[in-house]
Design a protein around this ligand. Structure first.
Ligand code: FMN
Length: 143
């Protein structure tokens, strides 16, 4: 069973809830999983994992959080993503998901195979939102 690595940033806990629910979905399939805050993550974790999930809410004006997540994602651009499956997720409030559409295109530009569509959830995930996160973990872990 391949390990899934989930790396995220969350200011007020909504995206963190999503990360934890995705992790539950992965565990249900039986794969091992590491859930890591971006401040504790490094590039090697991405190089060494074929199954990855990255999470970040919409911040600034429809961009990734700029102090930690944006530089981390930028640092991945020279990694060979061929053969890596990547799930993207994050919480938002008033926008229409533009940051996630841009992020998906960016990761595809890195060569990653993006699973489903980036999962966006309005503010705190409700039960339905938690189920969507679990399903994403399930899709990521299943071959
Ligand atoms: C500084 C700041 C900028 C934000 N910018 C946007 C935005 O451009 N579009 C949007 O939909 N939500 C925006 N939000 C709302 C957050 O995406 C939303 O509160 C989200 O649930 C935060 O997730 P978190 O709890 O994981 O930090 C912003 C929030 C903050 C604090």
């Amino acid at each position: 069973m391949k390990k899934v690595t989930i790396i995220y940033w969350s200011g007020t806990g909504n995206t963190e809830m999503m990360a934890n629910a995705i992790s539950e979905g992965v565990k249900d399939v039986g794969n091992p999983v590491d859930v890591v805050k971006v401040e504790d993550a490094n590039k090697d974790m991405v190089v060494n994992s074929e199954l990855l999930a990255f999470g970040c809410p919409s911040m600034g004006a429809e961009v990734l959080e700029e102090e930690l997540m944006e530089p981390f994602i930028e640092s991945l651009k020279d990694i060979d993503f061929t053969g890596k499956k990547v799930a993207l997720f994050g919480s938002y409030d008033w926008g229409d998901g533009e940051w996630m559409r841009d992020w998906e295109e960016r990761m595809k530009g890195y060569g990653a195979s993006v699973v489903d569509e980036g999962l966006i959830i309005h503010l705190t995930p409700d039960n339905d939102g938690v189920e969507k996160c679990k399903d994403l973990g399930d899709s990521l872990a299943k071959v």
